[in-house]
Design a protein around this ligand. Sequence first.
Ligand code: DOR
Ligand code: ZN
Ligand code: ZN
Length: 352
Amino acid sequence: MAIIKLPGLADVHTHLRVPGGEHKEDFFTGSAAALAGGVTTVLAMPNTTPPLTTPAVLAETLQKAQQSIICDVGLFAGASPDQIDLLPQLAPQTVALKIYLNDTFGPLRVEDLPTLQACFETWPRQKLIAMHAEGPNVAIGIGLAASYRRPVHFCHISRRDEIELIAAAKAAGLPVTCEVTPHHLFLTRADADRLGPWADMRPRLATPGDAEALWAHINTTIDCVATDHAPHTRAEKESATPPPGVAGLETSLPLMLTAVKEGRLSLARLIELMATNPRRIYGLPEQPDTFIEVDDQTPFTLTNEALLTKCGWTPFAGWEVVGRVQRVVLRGKEVFATGRVIAQPGSGHIIQ
Ligand code: DOR
Ligand code: ZN
Ligand code: ZN
């Protein structure tokens, strides 16, 4: 067994489901899953029920988070056409603005240009704008970044045409960044056919050529690996109308370390993608005396039973990987060790 020491990871794309989706995940179980995956900072998306688009929902969410979190958590504000005037009130206590340009879980959506313009004019320039943009909507996001001369971060880029367009935008000097998910790196449409709702998410799994293109840009265009941890219950996935989304917090590091072992990327690049770059792009605070210890040699099998996420399943069950997280130390305190959470609920910090 060989133990390596890595910085605490930052996952800039998770759905922790509070308020309104506590049967899927809550701040304690979501942050426990984060620590189990070596993640000490998570950013939580605003497509909650109700969505995080008002000061009242923000206050409720902050209060619930502060009672329960065991890693550090930052919240996204959500853009909604009828609430744009409230954005300046949300900005001081949120990390970034999330704009959904494509259909996904929940009702948050911006589909008209005046609302997009209002977002870029209203949201404070010192805080980032992140987008769920697929296909031609990536070009809209790039155009807004260019027009307003301000950074745009693209969530879960999944296709060859999209990553090549972002590469071109970067080459032109535009202030754009992007993340990819492990599921778009490691799974394709064939897995979606095999697993049905258990591998259905937005963006949908793409072709082997798309996944290959993501790997081809792993050392260049891609800035971050983020999970899009989107837990839904088994009952919901087995229903007539299964919601899109899969859990990812506890499988991301093992999958990526397995790719390191196989020579698909370097360990130094993994650290950039999963710690350094996400922290820089979102301006996340340093966590002093914080590190994780990981066994990067001994193979183990990912199972549903071992997961701490409340949903209790992963599309990667049965995969043999390396990269079991042995220990997590956050601000000098052991918070997770040998599969068990040690931290007290509420000991995590809110990032603003
Ligand atoms: O698959 C997804 N699920 N994609 C998203 O963009 C949202 C997420 C969710 O909240 O379940
Ligand atoms: Zn999304
Ligand atoms: Zn998401």
